[in-house]
Design a protein around this ligand. Structure first.
Ligand code: CMP
Length: 139
């Protein structure tokens, strides 16, 4: 087991629905430590840059439009196996498949508006943390 850092985004559907506090509480109750955090309204260029890996996907335009619709809360989470742990706390990408007790089961509407983002690997976590918090150390 290793201490890791991962990137979390509380997305526009969740900030619009006043779920920021509930989601942060679920993160902390799962034993993950919030070590950096900011609320920001992403520009089109920032959303396109963050999701550049999905640029060729048919849903890219919709994704960028959604992510720039309202403010988001971006944070760095630290803990044992934080990448996998946070993915468990979030639940499946498609909320219809998410387990009871997960963030997406509780708050997400559909696969597009799915309330939260979490890094999918340690390598991507490092890139994503550097994207939003260039001065925060990556473990
Ligand atoms: P996220 O984990 O932030 O990474 C990429 C995002 O693209 C994903 O969550 C969803 O919000 C979105 N996404 C993935 N698949 C689809 C889809 N089929 N239709 C619309 N949006 C999608």
């Amino acid at each position: 087991m290793a201490t890791e850092r991962t990137l979390s985004i509380i997305k526009p559907d969740a900030t619009e629905g006043n779920h920021i506090g509930d989601i942060l509480a679920m993160i902390e109750k799962a034993g993950l430590k919030i070590v950096a955090m900011k609320m920001t309204h992403l520009s089109k260029a920032e959303a396109e840059g963050f999701y550049a890996v999905h640029a060729e996907r048919p849903f890219f335009g919709e994704l960028v439009q959604f992510m720039t619709r309202s403010p988001v809360v971006v944070s760095v989470l630290e803990g044992e196996n934080a990448v996998a742990k946070y993915r468990e706390v979030m639940g499946a990408t498609n909320p219809a498949e998410a387990d009871e007790g997960t963030i997406r089961k509780a708050f997400a509407k559909d696969i597009g508006e799915n309330s939260v983002h979490g890094s999918d690997s340690l390598e991507n976590a490092a890139k994503e943390i550097a994207f939003f918090f260039p001065t925060t150390a990556v473990l």
